[in-house]
Write a protein that binds this ligand. Structure first.
Ligand code: ADP
Ligand code: GLC
Length: 481
């Protein structure tokens, strides 16, 4: 039996802002329990839903030396679907209305504390991992602290670490002087071959340098981040670590996202009856959101963080033109104000055609995945992307840009061979996107049988964790030697 510990800043069902939480919530459940004991450490945020925090049991607490103070470390525990979760409690760091705040320096302090606390609680909870699997910059200091101070102690000796990059854009950067002060790491660690990057301290870089293996969430993104365009300044380092870097595509929870059993959608359906049943969901959603009631109208869905990463500047460029077509557009998302307001404006101007839902809602997200005909995701970069996988699962055809995980998971439609599960375009260009959307419209309206066959193929594609969990297991075995 191998012990694997996930350390992450978010995880379903406890706290979610994006795809990281889906992965942390679903991958541990898919790892073979006969051979691996996977446990998860998360922060205990005050903003977690009360019905969940009520179920956490208090384990113990102690004080930990951190940033010239003695900080409270509470430990809570819960078991969900057979997985043990441990929570680090400290209201100073994890209070507030949302998990991440806007003060970059405080975020660094918060997650430095979290990383050190995650290592400190292990003897207390009596779990000695063979491997610590770290996720994103928030946990970048775990491999660093492990080597720097914990590994001298016999309990920690020989623990291996993996750094998984879900998004290279976020690195946790601040001035060396202040990070040195916060983390208590000596000057030795702040050189360009370790935590320093372009004169600043960089927590993700620390993780990449010190982890025994580095992964990211799709094979294409693993290649892309070795180039200057996608490398976010760390392409040199990633090339240097190319031998230890691999891309493993994400899966999604096929039980949670299942159109045949989904309680959140109006009418369940499956691969055999979607031709009759799926559009009943569209009808219900049109009713709910005040859109024109027309089951035949081509409905495009968007469920996303409203940021530049997701290609919203392309949409902004051609939205007026797109609104002249026979389409409906349903958007669910929060993020940059300019995009929130853009969709609100189009909702006002093209009421009945465009529905802007500027908030976070799991219920509505499922309804959109089930109701829309197509799902638009023209990302500038996309480490993996889960929304297009959810769309495929619900027979909603993704329209994507060929980057990162989008390229690895959506096979472009080929009308001559009758293959493909979606539509895609290569260049980051608004009219290339618009043309691709219009090509999809044309197939939908003029070749409905072909469209439905594409839905057949989309629903038959398998992006459950089956295959990818096996790849993580192979890596765990390889690292343990
Ligand atoms: P990222 O992690 O970059 O945001 P992913 O495609 O990997 O992108 O994952 C996004 C996840 O967040 C999906 O599960 C998607 O359904 C969900 N999501 C994004 N915005 C919202 C929202 N406003 N309401 C509900 N779910 C959302
Ligand atoms: C990040 C990426 C997204 C990926 C998710 C889970 O948030 O932006 O592409 O699917 O992490 O790995």
């Amino acid at each position: 039996m191998k012990n694997i510990l996930f350390v992450a800043s978010e995880g379903v069902p406890f706290i979610k802002t994006g795809g990281l939480a889906d992965v942390v919530g679903s991958l541990p459940k898919s790892i073979d329990r006969n051979y691996y004991d996977v446990r998860v450490i998360l922060p205990k945020y005050t903003c977690m839903k009360q019905e969940l925090t009520q179920k956490l049991e208090f384990v113990t607490n102690f004080y930990m030396d951190f940033h010239w103070k003695n900080e409270y470390v509470g430990i809570l525990h819960a078991e969900v679907d057979g997985i043990h979760y441990y929570f680090i409690d400290n209201e100073y760091f994890f209070g507030g209305f949302k998990p991440y705040g806007d003060n970059a320096l405080f975020e660094i302090e918060k997650f430095s504390f979290f990383s050190k606390a995650a290592l400190s609680i292990l003897p207390v909870i009596g779990f000695r991992p063979d491997i610590i699997h770290c996720h994103d910059w928030q946990t970048g200091l775990v491999p660093v602290y492990l080597k720097e101070r914990f590994q001298g102690n016999e309990f920690y000796h020989g623990i291996k670490t993996i750094m998984t990059i879900h998004n290279l854009k976020f690195q946790g950067k601040w001035s060396v002087k202040e990070v040195e002060d916060i983390t208590g790491l000596s000057q030795y660690y702040f050189t360009p071959d370790k935590l320093e990057a372009y004169k600043d301290a960089n927590l993700l870089k620390g993780g990449i340098v010190y982890a025994d293996a580095v992964t990211t969430v799709s094979p294409t993104y693993a290649e892309e981040i070795k180039t200057a365009f996608y490398g976010e300044g760390l392409d040199g380092l990633l090339n240097a670590r190319a031998h230890d870097l691999r891309g493993i595509i994400n899966g999604i929870d096929y039980e949670e996202f299942n159109p045949a059993t989904d309680k959140r959608i109006a009418v369940p359906y499956n691969a055999a009856n979607f031709r009759k049943e799926k559009s009943k969901n569209k009808r219900a959603l049109q009713e709910e959101l005040g859109l024109n009631k027309d089951e035949k109208c081509f409905m495009i869905g968007v469920v996303s963080r409203l940021t530049d990463q997701k290609g919203f500047d392309l949409i902004a460029c051609v939205l007026e033109e797109l609104c002249q077509d026979a389409i409906q557009l349903v958007v669910l998302g929060i993020g940059e104000e300019q995009y929130e307001n853009m969709f609100r404006h189009y909702d006002w101007k093209y009421h009945g055609k465009v529905s802007a839902n500027i908030y976070y809602s799991e219920d509505l997200s499922h309804k959109i995945y089930a109701s829309a005909d197509a799902f638009l995701m023209p990302s500038l970069f996309e480490p993996c992307g889960l929304s297009q996988l959810m769309s495929l699962r619900y027979g909603t055809i993704p329209i994507v840009r060929e980057t990162g995980g989008l390229k690895d998971t959506v096979e472009p439609y080929n009308e001559f061979e009758g293959t493909g599960t979606g539509f895609s375009f290569a260049n980051y260009n608004a009219h290339e996107m618009l043309n691709t959307v219009r090509y999809a419209e044309k197939i939908y309206y003029d070749k409905k049988r072909e469209w439905n066959k594409m839905v057949d193929r989309a629903m038959a594609a398998d992006f459950s964790w089956n295959v990818s969990a096996g790849k993580y297991q192979l890596m765990y075995d390889w690292l343990c030697g």
